[in-house]
Design a protein around this ligand. Structure first.
Ligand code: AMP
Ligand code: MG
Length: 204
């Protein structure tokens, strides 16, 4: 594995604004001439799904509803593909993913030990917002089939579960977990906070 690439895992439950913050981070880094690339784990799973012609998955929101063996297979192949990208990357690679995925079988770990071994992340970032705000964003988002939890208590459980998973990841990998708040209207601030975190590492 290249030591020229710092791998940072950015996670957040649906509605936390994780992908928006990642987009802002990429732009901010570009403005400052820092090589930050974001890869979305779900996108990589969709690419692999395309190659394997898995018909039960049409959109990214179908992934968590398909049978768990298929999800695990895609998850494992995606980790290997991202590991290949890491070898080719100089700078910072941000992996936009989830600590846990609410499937019909229950919570699936987004980063089980074999995935951590492929990615070898240096930091885990948990993007969070208040449960009320997350619920509001979920109800507003028409672009996605966010048929996910729509109760505030349910959102709280997902937030909590992601924190438990983050603690497990910290133990398994030795990497630190940083919570970054993404309140309404300030994704740039959250992006800035993550960029500062990256720059604490030696610039490759
Ligand atoms: P996103 O657009 O980031 O919400 O990701 C889309 C979907 O990809 C999620 O709802 C999950 O089904 C799947 N996904 C993303 N990351 C992982 C992961 N690490 N392990 C398993 N499934 C994942
Ligand atoms: Mg997203």
């Amino acid at each position: 594995m290249s030591t020229e690439c710092h791998v940072v895992v950015v996670t957040g439950i649906p509605g936390s604004g994780k992908s928006t913050v990642c987009r802002k981070l990429e732009l901010l880094a570009k403005e400052r001439g820092i090589n930050v690339k974001v890869v979305n784990y779900g996108d990589v799973m969709m690419e692999i799904r395309e190659q394997l012609s898995i018909k039960s998955i049409e959109t990214r929101d179908d992934i968590r509803k398909t049978n768990i063996e298929t999800q695990r297979r895609l998850q494992s192949l995606a980790a290997k593909r991202i590991a290949d990208m890491i070898k080719e990357t100089k700078g910072y690679l941000i992996v936009d993913t989830h600590m846990s995925i609410l499937t019909e079988d229950g919570y699936l770990a987004g980063l089980p030990s074999h995935v951590l071994e492929e990615l070898r992340p240096e930091i885990f970032v948990l993007i969070e917002a208040s449960p009320e705000e997350i619920l509001k964003r979920r109800l507003k988002d028409k672009s996605r089939r966010r048929d996910v939890e729509r109760r505030e208590g349910g959102v709280m459980e997902e937030l909590q579960f992601s924190r438990f998973m983050a603690a497990a990841c910290a133990v398994l990998s030795g990497a630190a977990v940083k919570t970054v708040m993404n309140p309404p209207g300030a994704p740039e601030k959250a992006a800035e906070e993550i960029l500062n975190l990256l720059l604490r590492r030696e610039h490759p």
